[in-house]
Write a protein that binds this ligand. Sequence first.
Ligand code: AMP
Length: 467
Amino acid sequence: MSFTSLGLAEPLLRAVAEQGYDTPSPIQQQAIPAVLAGRDLMAAAQTGTGKTAGFTLPMLQRLMESKRKVSPNRIRALVLTPTRELAAQVGESVRNYGKHLPMRSHVVFGGVSINPQMMATRRGLDVLVACPGRLMDLYNQNAVKFDEVEILVLDEADRMLDMGFIRDIRRILALMPKKRQNLLFSATFADEIRELATGLLDNPAVIEVAPRNSTAERIEQLVHPCDKANKIALLSHLVTSNNWQQVLVFTRTKHMANRVAETLDKNGVSAAAIHGNKSQGARTRALAGFKDGSVKVLVATDIAARGLDIDKLPQVVNFELPNVAEDYVHRIGRTGRAGAAGHAISLVAADEGKLIKAIERLTKQNIPCEQVAGFEASRETLDNIARGIGAPLRKEPRDPSEQRRAPRPQGQGQRQGAARSGNNGGNAGANRSGNGGKPKPQGGQRPAEGAGKPAQARRPRRASHNQ
Ligand code: AMP
């Protein structure tokens, strides 16, 4: 299958060829013809599947074919994204794929000056890529109107709901003409997404390229059992002994992201942290350094990392497991991109036995477990991992600006025996991590894009029964 056979016009085919793509990815094969035919779309696809080109290419062609003129303050296509990074990346794709077309596009998000954004929207745009909060600010200042929108794309809709943008999205939807084409992309088709889709989409083509909660087969996964106090040293050892040149490391909190990055840096491993407390400039610099190789280790929280598109990322490390098992799938999906092999290593401590078990249950696999010489885990750690017990007690309260949803219940608490390799024996041991601080109360602000601000008014997605 080639891009030509999908019905794309010459200026777009030329741009695709210049990007070096010869074969459309599965999502592109399905999405491009459907969007070109004018259909609404509901697509389950994560970053890394080629989804951006999957909607951008046919969107540009539809705009080209409809030949309407851009009016001042008006936009013809609107792409909404949850984070600044994703907005910037989608904006870059729009520029790349549309470079042989006379299209005006712009990207808007919070955390930077609004004035240049107002000037751009006031002229009118063919394509606007935006985070919902800043877009509403522009609307409230009469810098943009939505009454001529022909195409709406909701990218990473699940994450937008998680981040509390639903009210902004609904307000924007209400300001658009009824007749328009709607494309919805989401990592999963959770109930909230289906609910949103029901009111939004008209007889959509439904595409699911990454079945829910399946981990990509091409990603080699490994657990290193490790005592909490040794984690940073082990990470540092892994980076140097394996000569890793580019590794994305996930932590649960911003505080830990900083600590890991600072310690690695002190140990001579170039590292930077990326999370919602960092200024936009610092985040952009960290990402640029990571992409150009001057920063070997990028340490990120889940929200900050979401949507990051780093070509052929070879290595992901879960420094701490996520509280929500689905996030593991998102995290390791950063590696093994576009057909390349990827590796995902999880450093699992005594208080994470329950989390790794939940991940294995969700992804229907047993992840191989290997000790690292010189960093052997204690018997308690091995035993907790083997038995799937021990969950974090929130010693470090999660910063509300990183919190999006409560952890899901973890079944009935019945273990089915040790499934992992070679880690038997010893007592289970009580959970000894921390003293169970409470999360901070949340304020009443609208979420800030990309800064990972939470859904303030939103009910928690799932009740927490296990903390
Ligand atoms: P996305 O899922 O849209 O974030 O894209 C993931 C990565 O795959 C991006 O770096 C794209 O440049 C790349 N990509 C998209 N489509 C193709 C394709 N057909 N062939 C090879 N790489 C692609």
